[in-house]
Ligand binder design. Structure first.
Ligand code: SF4
Ligand code: SF4
Length: 369
C-alpha cells in the first residue's frame, strides 16, 4: 500500500524493528501434521543450509495490516461476495467500538483496512476512525460508496485516512458485478464529494477471469479527472477445491492478466507495490505470509487468512500461535493453489522475502511517486 513519504518511512521503521526483534509471544509455531506424503507440499528454500528450510522471515511473524470487519451487513449483494454468504448467520451482529479499538491495540498493525460488510452502515464508524487516528494508525475505509455523501460529515480529512472505493470496471461492468444499476454513478459522485471536502480517495478493483484489462485502463483514465490518490488491484481468490475453472483464475491466468502491468504502473498511481505486481505477472515467486494481514470480526480472529476460514480465535496471540502457518500457501494446501491475493502476498513483498537487488530502487521510486 502506498502512503505519503513520511508515513512510508514510518512503516519501513516498523518493519525493520520487527524483523530484528519480532514479538516473542507470537513466534511459537503450531505443530505441522507432518504429512510428508502430501503431494502439494513445497518447502521454500533459503539457500543457506541443505536447501529445505523455509525462508527465515517466515518465522518472524508480525502484522502489517489489520483487516477489521465491524459488521458483515451490506446494502448490496455482489456476485461472488464471500462475506455476506459465509457470515449469513451472524449478519445482524456487529462489534462494539471497544472491541474494534481493542483489536487494533492487541495486534498493533500500523495499517487498518476497515471492511465488512459495508462499514458505512456501522453506527460508530466516525468514532472508530477517530479512535484509530488517535492511535496513529493509517486507515483504508473500504466502501461501495453508496452512503458516502450522506456520511461524509462524520469524518475529518487526515493524511493517514483514505476512503477506498470499490470499482470493478466502468459503469456497465461495475453495476453488473454489484447486481444493481446506478451504483457506479453513486460511487463516482461519492469520489467527487470526498475529494471536494479534502479527503484522500483511492479505488479498489478485483480482477476476475472475465475482466478486460483494457477496460481497467479506461477506468483509471476516466478517474484521472477526479484526482484520485491511487488504485489497488488484486486478482480474485481462486478456490481450487471448488474446481470450477470457468469462474476462477489459475496462476497462469493471473500472470497473463498482469503481463502489461508495468506500463499501467508507469501511467497511473498504483498502490500495490512493484514487488507484488512483479509476482502477479510471474516475474518472481513469493510465499504466503497470511499472518501479515490478520482479520478480526464478530466471531473473533479469523484463521488462517482473510479468504479461508479454518478457525476463529478469541485472542490475536492464539491466532498467531495456534494456526499451523506452514500448512498454508501455494504448494501446501490445495485451497491455496491458485491464490495470489494481496492479503497473502503483499506482506511477503513488503518484508523483502525473495527480494532482488533492484527492489530497493524500485520501491523508492514507487514511494516517491
Ligand atoms: S459491497 Fe462488498 S461486502 Fe457488500 S456485497 Fe459487495 S463485495 Fe460484499
Ligand atoms: S495462499 Fe495464503 S492468503 Fe491465499 S488462501 Fe492460502 S492461506 Fe489464504
Amino acid at each position: 500500500m502506498r502512503f505519503p513519504l513520511s508515513m512510508t518511512a514510518g512503516m519501513a521503521g516498523y518493519i525493520v524493528k520487527n524483523r530484528l526483534r519480532p514479538p516473542e509471544a507470537w513466534q511459537q509455531s503450531s505443530k505441522m501434521n507432518g504429512d510428508a506424503q502430501n503431494p502439494f507440499r513445497v518447502l521454500y528454500k533459503d539457500h543457506s543450509s541443505n536447501g529445505t528450510r523455509p525462508h527465515p522471515l517466515l518465522h518472524k511473524r508480525f502484522p502489517l495490516v489489520l483487516m477489521l470487519e465491524p459488521l458483515h451487513a451490506c446494502n448490496l449483494t455482489c456476485t461472488g461476495c464471500g462475506r455476506i454468504r459465509e457470515y449469513e448467520s451472524t449478519i445482524t451482529q456487529r462489534l462494539t467500538l471497544e472491541q474494534c479499538l481493542r483489536a487494533s491495540d492487541e495486534c498493533g498493525a500500523p495499517v487498518v483496512s476497515i471492511c465488512g460488510g459495508e462499514p458505512l452502515l456501522y453506527p460508530e464508524i466516525g468514532a472508530l476512525c477517530a479512535g484509530l487516528l488517535e492511535r496513529k494508525r493509517h486507515i483504508y475505509l473500504c466502501t461501495n460508496g453508496m452512503f458516502l455523501r450522506k456520511k461524509l460529515g462524520e469524518f475529518k480529512p487526515d493524511p493517514r485516512f483514505f476512503f477506498n472505493i470499490h470499482l470493478d470496471g466502468l459503469e456497465k461492468t461495475h453495476d453488473l458485478c454489484v447486481e444493481r444499476e446506478g451504483v457506479f454513478r453513486e460511487a463516482i459522485e461519492a469520489i467527487q464529494a470526498a475529494k471536494a471536502a479534502g479527503f484522500k480517495v483511492s479505488t479498489n478493483t478485483t480482477i476476475y477471469k472475465e475482466t478486460d484489462m483494457k477496460e481497467i485502463e479506461a477506468l483509471f483514465e476516466y478517474l484521472e479527472q477526479f484526482d484520485v490518490d491511487g488504485h489497488m488491484l488484486s486478482p480474485a481468490y481462486g478456490y481450487s477445491a471448488v474446481d470450477d475453472r470457468e469462474i476462477f483464475m489459475t496462476r497462469d491466468d493471473v500472470h497473463e492478466k498482469f503481463q502489461d502491468i508495468d506500463r499501467l504502473a508507469k501511467r497511473f498511481k498504483l498502490n500495490s507495490s512493484p514487488v507484488y505486481l512483479d509476482f502477479l505477472k510471474g516475474g518472481r515467486d513469493l510465499p504466503c505470509t497470511a499472518w501479515g494481514t490478520p482479520t478480526y470480526n464478530v466471531r473473533g480472529w479469523k484463521g488462517p487468512c482473510y479468504l479461508i476460514t479454518d478457525a476463529h480465535f478469541a485472542t490475536f496471540e492464539e491466532l498467531m500461535t495456534k494456526t499451523p502457518w506452514e500448512q498454508y500457501g501455494h504448494g501446501n494446501d490445495p485451497r491455496c493453489e491458485h491464490c495470489m491475493a494481496h492479503c497473502g502476498y503483499e506482506p511477503s513483498a513488503a518484508l523483502g522475502i525473495n527480494g532482488k537487488l533492484s527492489d530497493s530502487v524500485k520501491l523508492l521510486a514507487w514511494a516517491l511517486r
